[in-house]
Design a binder for this molecule. Structure first.
Ligand SMILES: NC(=O)c1ccc[n+]([C@@H]2O[C@H](COP(=O)([O-])OP(=O)(O)OC[C@H]3O[C@@H](n4cnc5c(N)ncnc54)[C@H](OP(=O)(O)O)[C@@H]3O)[C@@H](O)[C@H]2O)c1
Length: 243
């Protein structure tokens, strides 16, 4: 049987969601490719998985650098010839403290769009031959409740908290819908998952009510391992479809 392969972006920190997703996929038997914009941050995490008996590789992949995306695709082509799971987990949140779109810094907006929308879009294009070569690939875009404050007018207690980040996540949800539609004639399913508030930054003092990263990771991996009759173009939150 062919090796099942998964690539996760933004696996640079042991406490991050990317590493929790990589660990969960590795536990399910995938050869996981952990990627980060600085290879030296992903390699120790891949090594941890290997020492636990899993199959894992670390690669440099910067979502603002198309060359690094094609180098990663070339590596996967040589090593495996296909990609079963792509998890677009990385994102940039350059404006957490900003409480209004009127106050948004356009450089922060450009960064957020580059890492959260254009990067995953370009990466999906770069990986498409590998995803198509897999029997039934899955793409998961890691979204956020921040996107829903725009989509639904949900009041999170501010006019538009983190406008660059929130707009980028809103566009990532739209990208999920568009990719799902474009790939509807293939077995590839494309979905988005809002992991909910998750304890991934203990150094910043995560909230006691935040979900453990392993729990949020399971929601993402569920979308990454859907059966053939599973949904596509769907946003999930708390493990359930969001209207
Ligand atoms: N934690 C939560 O409560 C929560 C809630 C909703 C959604 N999310 C989403 O969950 C995902 C993971 O977040 P997290 O909480 O685990 O935080 P995180 O570890 O800080 O995740 C962000 C990752 O993106 C990477 N990144 C930034 N710019 C990049 C670039 N140009 N190229 C490649 N990678 C880049 C970061 O790498 P560096 O370390 O090199 O900067 C980091 O690995 C994100 O999409 C986030 O929006 C999290």
């Amino acid at each position: 049987m062919a090796i099942r392969t998964a690539l996760v972006t933004g696996t640079s920190r042991p406490a991050g969601l990317g590493f929790a997703v990589a660990r969960e996929l590795a536990g399910q038997g995938y050869h996981v490719v952990l990627t980060a914009r600085d290879h030296s941050t992903a390699e120790p995490l891949a090594d941890r998985l290997r020492r636990d008996g899993h199959a894992a590789t670390a690669l440099r992949l910067d979502l603002s650098d198309p060359v690094s995306m094609h180098e990663a695709a070339d590596h996967l082509t040589q090593a495996f010839g296909h990609l079963d799971v792509l998890v677009n987990n990385a994102s940039a949140m350059p404006d957490f403290q900003v409480l209004s779109a009127m106050e948004a810094d356009m450089d922060a907006v450009r960064t957020a769009l580059e890492v959260t929308v254009i990067g995953p879009w370009a990466l999906t294009q770069a990986m498409l031959p590998l995803l198509t070569a897999a029997p039934a690939a899955r793409i998961v875009n890691v979204s956020s409740l921040s996107a829903q404050q725009i989509a639904t007018g949900l009041d999170l207690g501010a006019a538009l908290r983190a406008p660059a980040y929130s707009m980028a996540k809103y566009m990532l949800n739209a990208l999920t819908t568009v990719l799902a539609r474009d790939l509807a004639h293939t077995p590839i399913l494309v979905n988005a998952v809002d992991p909910g508030n998750t304890a991934t930054h203990p150094e910043r003092g995560d909230d006691a009510t935040d979900r453990p990263a392993a729990e949020s990771a399971r929601d993402i991996v569920r979308a990454a391992t859907l059966d053939a009759d599973g949904p596509t173009g769907q946003l999930f939150g708390n493990g359930r479809p969001v209207a």
